[in-house]
Design a protein around this ligand. Structure first.
Ligand SMILES: Cc1ncc(COP(=O)(O)O)c(C=O)c1O
Length: 372
């Protein structure tokens, strides 16, 4: 019988998603595949391809390396401009710099945490007006697993012949208009680092509807060695292939993926039912997408309660355009990303959270909000 706890969530789920036995299972598969490390990687890629609904998958050693490969495969290089959101993880802008391209930072939508279509248009119009080359690519991020405005951005990319890289680092399991995210761009990437919805203890993936892109990425990720040659290399390559032990751990985690996804959705609904509209604002799904609820970002609605009162909670990203290391690059947007940074945080929803921790969190937050 499925035991239900006081949160209304399957009791056996909380606190024990990642078990020691998972590690044993992964390490015995690793031992079995010893001598054939590609088998570990391919098994994970095949498992992942079912979830992301794309058979062209490359498993990498991080999401950052997948981004770097995506830019290399699409031929982005010296002096090219690449649009990306200001409100995201630094790896996005770093990858752009790795290929000596220039990030153009863009603000977020008024009612979401994702890149603003209007401000992307501002960049394009600005470059057209000044007779400057258009950006070669957009890296659009499904922030916190919440799908960005895919349709309008794909249309813009098609209209102006701009490559679209879909950063779905935290969006495994998120769907937009019935399709898994990552499939709408020229290339999509995922991350499986420690804090993601499933982890390989460090890893990532790259997918594409164009098999050629994935083949090229695979070759670059394996030191660009000419197949069958004796250490002859066709290009500047990298050591970016996922470690076989990480891949084995990934294969074990994939079997639990839908369970974890359900837990995340349940936790979201539970927190929402207790806290939404009572001083916190949640980011609900729209009719045409479903977020994986990897994280639960919220903003403080009360103007007289400062972010410092919630110092124990995980902060959201400090906007990239405001960071010293990127101050030479253009920004098209307003202050909303900074505003969100100042009044937002993420609720604890890790897969091993206990029932007591959830209740404590809710009562702490209610106490703070009662001071309004
Ligand atoms: C939006 C985004 N892109 C890329 C990455 C990089 O992934 P990784 O840490 O696996 O290199 C992250 C990591 O959290 C991320 O949040």
């Amino acid at each position: 019988m499925r035991e239900i706890n006081s949160l209304g969530i399957s009791a056996e789920m909380l606190g024990q998603i990642y078990k020691k036995s998972d590690l044993y299972e992964a390490s015995s598969a690793f031992a079995e595949h010893m001598g054939h490390p590609m088998l570990s990687q391919r098994t994970f890629e095949e498992g992942l391809s079912v979830i992301v609904e794309n058979s062209n998958v490359l498993a990498t050693n991080s999401g950052t390396s997948a981004l770097h490969l995506a830019l290399r495969v699409l031929g982005i290089g010296q002096g090219d401009e690449v649009i990306c959101p200001t409100f995201t993880f630094v790896a996005v802008a770093n990858a752009i710099r790795y290929v000596n391209a220039r990030p153009v930072f863009v603000g977020i939508e008024e009612n979401s945490l994702n890149i603003s279509v209007e401000h992307i248009k501002d960049v394009i119009n600005n470059r057209l007006k000044r007779n400057k080359p258009l950006p070669k690519a957009i890296i659009a991020v499904h922030a916190f697993g919440i799908p960005f405005n895919v349709k309008e951005i794909v249309d813009l990319c098609n209209l102006y012949n701009i490559h679209l890289i879909e950063d779905a680092a935290g969006a495994l399991g998120s769907r937009y208009e019935g399709k898994h995210v990552g499939n709408y761009g020229h290339i999509g990437i995922f991350s499986f680092n420690y804090n993601k919805i499933i982890t390989t203890a460090g890893g990532g993936a790259l997918i594409s509807n164009t098999l050629n892109y994935v083949d090229k990425a695979r070759a670059l990720a394996s030191q660009a060695k000419i197949t069958g040659s004796n250490y002859v290399h066709f290009d500047l390559g990298y050591n970016y292939i996922m470690h076989p032990m990480a891949a084995e751990l990934g294969s074990v985690m994939l079997k639990k993926f839908y369970e974890i996804l359900n837990l995340k959705q349940d936790l979201y609904e539970f927190y929402r039912s207790e806290l939404n509209g009572k001083g916190l604002e949640f980011f609900d799904d729209a009719h045409n997408y479903r977020s994986n609820k990897w994280l639960i970002p919220v903003t403080i609605a009360h103007t007289n309660i400062g972010r410092e009162r919630f110092s124990e909670f995980t902060r959201m990203w400090y906007p990239l355009h405001a960071q010293k290391i990127f101050n030479e690059f253009d920004y098209f947007g307003n202050d909303r990303a900074l505003d969100i940074f100042n009044k937002g945080f993420c609720l604890p929803n890790y897969s091993y959270i206990s029932e007591d921790e959830v209740w404590d969190t809710i009562s702490n937050i209610k106490n703070i909000l009662a001071d309004e």
